[in-house]
Design a protein around this ligand. Structure first.
Ligand SMILES: Cc1cc2nc3c(=O)[nH]c(=O)nc-3n(C[C@H](O)[C@H](O)[C@H](O)COP(=O)(O)O)c2cc1C
Length: 318
């Protein structure tokens, strides 16, 4: 009897389908008895057993690092933190000097240990299995640590951030549909500035003055037309009367080229207003994990770019 035909698999479709399984990102390192070091980015990591404590990951047979892992008594698995994308990329490319300029410590079996990760598992290489075009490496955990740093996520072939689902229940008094973005953004804006406004008022800054001071604080002195463009998204009218009033209260200066800048007092106000805004920010983000806050700012930055009708990009200029 002939063997059943092996179904042909479209590798691109298979890879895409497998990519729907969301994982963390690890860098696995080792050092063999000849002192050769290896480090590979891997998301095939999985826990296997608690008693005995076993983990596994699989390494492509074509990997230049395979001889080092196969000959090493130990390997170290680093679960990368949300801000370690660059480290992941560094170990996801063939290179002879992957550890160059990295400050590594030595772990069990001499394996290089990386810093600021979410978790670290130091393992003795217990078993190696055939896994098709990969080798499955099973390690017995000898030591581990979890730092509490939020993890980096890999989903659909791209890096992602983990966000808890409904960690904080949405307020029940939202009268409109809770997915009405305009309402939610508007409400956030007013509630955020509702908290900031009294602190600005105590410094003698109106909300309008605050936006002008912030634009100049970030961008430096600007020609009046550029300042008007920079704050045009606010709808604030940059009338000569407003500018004169701010100059009279010694917030603004004009330089010899007619550009408007902050006076020394204005700069002090800018710094104090920024500190107050950071306080409010810290307060309103108190329920957010660091990676959630990072995700939120990334998403909002994208929305700002999408809704910007052509503002000069002040915030990325020096
Ligand atoms: C997020 C991510 C996960 C990866 N997971 C694995 C994996 O589990 N096993 C593997 O062999 N390669 C994996 N790779 C690819 C290797 O990191 C890459 O081929 C690396 O260059 C291998 O090391 P080498 O150049 O020393 O052979 C992954 C790459 C990325 C970006």
């Amino acid at each position: 009897m002939s063997a059943p035909a092996v179904p042909t698999v479209d590798p691109v479709a298979l890879r895409r389908a497998l990519g729907t399984f969301t994982t963390g990102v690890t860098v696995v390192t080792a050092r063999d008895p000849d002192g050769r070091e290896a480090g590979v980015t891997a998301n095939s990591f999985s826990s296997v057993s608690l008693d005995p404590p076993l983990v596994l990951w699989s390494l492509n047979r074509r990997s230049a690092s395979l001889p080092v892992f196969a000959a090493s008594s130990h390997f170290a698995v680093h679960i990368l933190a949300y801000d370690q994308e660059a480290l992941s990329n560094r170990f996801a490319r063939p290179a002879t000097d992957k550890f160059a300029s990295l400050d590594v410590k030595r772990g069990a079996g001499g394996a290089p240990l990386l810093d600021k990760v979410s978790a670290l598992f130091q393992c003795r290489l217990a078993y190696q299995y055939d896994g098709g075009d990969h080798v499955i490496l099973v390690g017995e955990i000898e030591d581990f640590l979890a730092t509490g740093r939020p993890p980096l996520v890999f989903h659909g072939g791209a890096y992602a951030l983990a966000a808890r689902k409904d960690a904080v229940p949405p307020p029940h008094d939202i009268p409109l549909a809770p997915d009405f973005l305009g309402y939610l953004i508007g409400r956030c804006h007013y509630q955020f500035y509702g908290r900031l406004q009294p602190r600005l008022a105590a410094m003698g800054l109106s909300m309008e003055d605050h936006f002008i001071v912030s634009a100049l604080g970030v961008a430096g002195p600007l020609a009046p037309a550029d300042l008007a463009a920079a704050i045009s998204y606010t709808g604030i009218d940059l009338s000569p009367d407003r500018l004169s009033a701010m100059a009279e209260s010694k917030v603004l200066d004009r330089d010899c080229n007619g550009r408007i800048g902050l006076s020394p007092r204005g700069r002090q106000m800018f710094i104090a207003a920024m500190a107050a805004a950071k306080d409010v920010e810290q307060d309103v983000l108190a329920d957010f994990a660091p990676d959630e806050a990072h995700l939120l700012t990334q998403m909002l930055s994208r929305l700002v770019a999408r809704t910007d009708p052509g503002l000069p990009d002040l915030w990325t200029q020096g």
